[in-house]
Every structure is written in structure tokens, then in C-alpha cells.
Design a protein around this ligand. Structure first.
Ligand code: FAD
Ligand code: UDP
Length: 381
């Protein structure tokens, strides 16, 4: 009946389903354990017409024209440039830390001196990871690096990862580099926008096709089973391809142990005020148990005398209790993942794709790009 089974209806699963259904004209069964499509990008309008991102704030940005063009088939966009402030010593300052931030936190003469030192060492508009800046030999740059490290990165990272910046893959803190320029946006990508009607509409349009059958509220283990190297659907051996976007360790019954993730407790508050903060997101690196507060109206403007904010409280991922959000990038976890990946190569009809199945810190554009690549190399090509 089905040519493909896809586990998970996030971007990884939905892009694959859409491509296979529309381009190959093949039948696809999408199995999703939640009661909705969209994975962690799912959003919905609350009773006050405010668009809420259920699993945390999602801001779209990409340098890839092909990803932009592909997604533009399913949505119109509202141009949006994300700006973030970080609360440092009781003051909201610009982040990523840039040349303007120097003047927000230091007296003018000191800021001026540090600006000159930075421009002597780095190109204008360079992005310097904090762990690289910390290696500076110049004593003024050392002072600056230590300041930024302590005020912005150390305690935020301890909350988010329960580790020091040095203990996680350096690419993680490099996502928010020190910026040797004056662009005060969180991202510098060519395309930055929010989907006009929200993310869920994109998924509805992708999956609305006669070749796609969607099974919500269903953990794949309720209807399928991997046994003796074979995949069974409703008790019968399934000979087509399986695209799996859930956790790789779960698929292989945790045979090499559980892969670690960080999770979040996401707490919403509806406030009786038109506006709560001046930008969509304010980070709280140093105080409080939460890492950041996001106000949804600032992402999707709506006239209203109420507003909804969200606080993110990081916590350890525990199976059955909360959601696996962020793979933990330590050498130990990477080695464990490599063992799963090697083992997975024995299953020629299973394709592993997505943040959970590939244990990667994919942003939305990364996973759309990856899914399009996998589609054309493995299936279409
Ligand atoms: P998911 O969206 O996780 O989809 C996987 C799906 O598989 C889920 O729906 C899950 O329920 C389902 N599933 C898992 N196991 C099973 C099972 N056993 N049976 C059936 N179904 C199963 N990216 C950006 O570009 N910009 C941002 O601002 C941004 N902010 C983020 C904020 C947070 C808090 C988080 C966690 C992520 C953020 N991302 C952001 C990343 C973005 O969420 C991911 O890139 C994207 O969701 C990855 O898609 P995916 O399909 O791989 O995974
Ligand atoms: N980070 C930090 N302080 C900040 C912002 C980010 O220490 O104010 C570090 C932290 O380790 C975080 C990483 O940089 O996990 C990546 O931040 P990003 O904002 O990209 O996180 P995401 O939006 O993916 O949760």
C-alpha cells in the first residue's frame, strides 16, 4: 500500500513526504506521535489571536536561496530581523556583543581604546567566537574577552548545558560570536523573515496531498517494529524505504546506551499589557533560572492590549518525562552516536534524517537543505 514510511512530521519528515508524494508520485505513510504536525516548529493562535510557538521561539534565517525558494512555495513572508538584548548588571545591552555594545557597557575612553584594539587585530565585520577572543595575547583584549565570557557566556552556558563553554563543542558558543561591526541583528543572513501565517500552515500545505497518509497520535512502535534486521508494519514485513526522524538510540533499542539531550521547561504567561519588552527576545545570562524571555507579539505583530511571554528553563532530558531538544556535544556522546551510525549502515532501507536521528544542532534552514539533498541523492537521483 505504501512505498515509504516516514516517522516524524517535523521539517525533516515533511519535506521528504512532500518531495516523494509530488515528485515521485509514490505513496507515503507519515507516523507522528504528537497530536499535531510541524515537530518543534509547531505554532498556533491563542484566544487573543497571538501566534504562539509551542516549543520555543523559532526565527527563520538562511543564506540559501534554494531553501528560501523551496519554502516560499508554501508561505508568504513577513520580513523580520531578530534583535536580542542581554541583561548585564541590570542593563539591557546589545547581543551578539558588537562595537556598539562596548559603548553600552564601558566609559567612552575605554570603549574607544578597545574598539581600536579590536580593529587592529580583526577585519571590520569579522565574527570572532568568544573562545577564540579569549586566546588573545594583548592584555586589553584579554580583559575584554574575560568580561564578555563572564557576563554573557559562562552562566548562560552553565544553565543551558550544565557545562562550561570549554566543555562543549566550540561551534555551539560560536553561534553567537563577538561581532567586530555595528550590525545589531542576531543574524546576518541574506534571508530573514517569519512565515506570514505561521509555521504550521507551511506543514499543512506540504502534507496536504492524496499520496500522503498521516497518522497522528501514534508512536511508530505501536504499529511498526524493527526485528531481526527487518521492519514490520502492522505485523507484515515492509519492503519499502523508511525515513526515520526520531531518536536514533530509540530506534535501535538503546543498544549502545542513551544519547544525552538537554530539554527545556517552557513557561507561558499572558500579561494584561500591550507590550512587555522592546525586542522579541531578552537573554538573562546571569540571574534567574531561565535563559531568556521571548514576547510573541514582537515576532508576529498584532494589535491587542494583552501579550504573551515565554520563559525557557533548561533541564536534563529524561525519557518519558520531557522533550529531547538539544544534542549534548561532548566527545563521549559523539562517540556513542558514531557507534549507532555505523550500526545503522547495516539497514539499507532505513534513512536517518533530522535533529534527533542525526544527533545534530540543525537550524530549520539546515534541515530543509539536508532533506532536499537526501531526497535528490538517495531517492530522486
Ligand atoms: P523535530 O522538529 O523534532 O521533528 C521530529 C518529529 O518526530 C517530532 O514531531 C516528533 O514528535 C516525531 N517523533 C519522534 N519520535 C517519534 C516516534 N517514536 N514515533 C513517532 N513520531 C516521533 N531553528 C531555527 O532555524 N531558528 C530558530 O530560532 C530555532 N529555535 C529553536 C528553539 C528551540 C527551543 C529548539 C529546540 C529548536 C530551535 N530551532 C530553531 C531548531 C528547529 O526546531 C529544528 O531545526 C527543526 O525542528 C528540526 O526538524 P526535525 O524534523 O529534524 O525535528
Ligand atoms: N550563549 C550564551 N549567552 C547568550 C547567548 C548564547 O552563553 O546570551 C551560548 C549558549 O551556550 C547557547 C549558545 O551560545 O547555548 C547558542 O546560543 P543560541 O542563541 O544560538 O541558542 P538557541 O537559540 O539555539 O537555543
Amino acid at each position: 500500500m505504501f512505498d515509504y514510511i516516514i516517522v516524524g512530521a517535523g521539517f525533516a519528515g515533511s519535506v521528504m513526504a512532500e518531495r516523494i508524494a509530488t515528485q515521485l508520485n509514490k505513496k507515503v505513510l507519515v507516523i507522528e506521535k504528537r497530536n499535531h504536525i510541524g515537530g518543534n516548529c509547531y505554532d498556533y493562535k491563542d484566544e487573543n489571536n497571538i501566534l504562539i510557538h509551542k516549543y520555543g521561539p523559532h526565527i527563520f534565517h538562511t543564506n540559501s536561496k534554494s531553501v528560501w525558494d523551496y519554502l516560499s512555495q508554501f508561505t508568504d513572508w513577513e520580513i523580520y530581523h531578530h534583535r536580542v538584548r542581554a541583561m548585564v548588571d541590570g542593563k539591557k545591552v546589545t547581543i551578539p556583543f558588537n562595537l556598539n555594545t562596548l559603548y553600552e557597557v564601558f566609559p567612552t575612553t575605554l570603549a574607544n581604546k578597545l574598539e581600536n584594539k579590536l580593529l587592529e587585530k580583526f577585519e571590520y565585520n569579522a565574527k570572532v567566537p568568544i573562545l577564540e577572543l579569549k586566546k588573545s595575547t594583548d592584555s586589553d583584549l584579554q580583559f575584554l574577552a574575560q568580561y564578555i565570557y563572564e557576563k554573557i557566556f559562562l552562566h548562560y552556558t552553565a544553565k543551558q548545558w550544565k557545562k562550561n563553554p570549554e566543555e562543549i563543542d566550540e561551534a555551539v558558543t560560536a553561534r553567537v560570536p563577538v561581532f567586530i561591526g555595528r550590525d545589531d541583528r542576531y543574524f546576518n543572513d541574506i534571508y530573514q523573515a517569519m512565515p506570514k501565517e505561521g509555521y504550521t500552515k507551511i506543514f499543512e500545505r506540504m502534507l496536504n496531498h492524496p499520496n500522503i497518509k498521516l497518522l497522528l497520535n501514534t508512536d511508530y512502535k505501536e504499529v511498526a517494529e524493527l526485528r531481526d534486521d527487518k521492519f514490520y508494519l502492522f505485523g507484515n514485513e515492509f519492503k519499502g524505504k523508511i525515513i526515520f526522524t526520531g531518536m536514533i538510540d530509540e530506534l535501535f533499542n538503546y543498544k549502545f546506551g542513551e544519547l544525552k539531550y538537554r530539554s527545556l521547561q517552557i513557561k507561558f504567561e499572558t500579561l494584561e499589557t500591550e507590550s512587555f519588552q522592546e525586542v522579541a527576545t531578552v537573554n538573562y545570562p546571569n540571574n534567574y533560572d531561565f535563559t531568556r524571555i521571548t514576547e510573541f507579539k514582537k515576532l508576529h505583530p498584532v494589535k491587542n492590549n494583552k501579550t504573551v511571554i515565554l520563559k525557557e528553563y533548561p533541564e536534563e532530558f529524561i525519557i518519558g518525562k520531557n522533550t529531547p531538544y538539544y544534542p549534548v556535544f561532548t566527545d563521549e556522546e559523539k562517540e556513542k552516536y558514531d557507534r549507532y551510525k555505523e550500526y545503522a549502515a547495516n539497514f539499507k532501507n532505513i534513512i536517518l534524517l533530522g535533529r534527533l536521528a542525526e544527533y545534530r544542532y540543525y537550524d530549520m534552514d539546515d534541515i530543509v537543505e539536508r532533506a532536499l539533498e537526501v531526497y535528490s541523492s538517495i531517492i530522486g537521483g
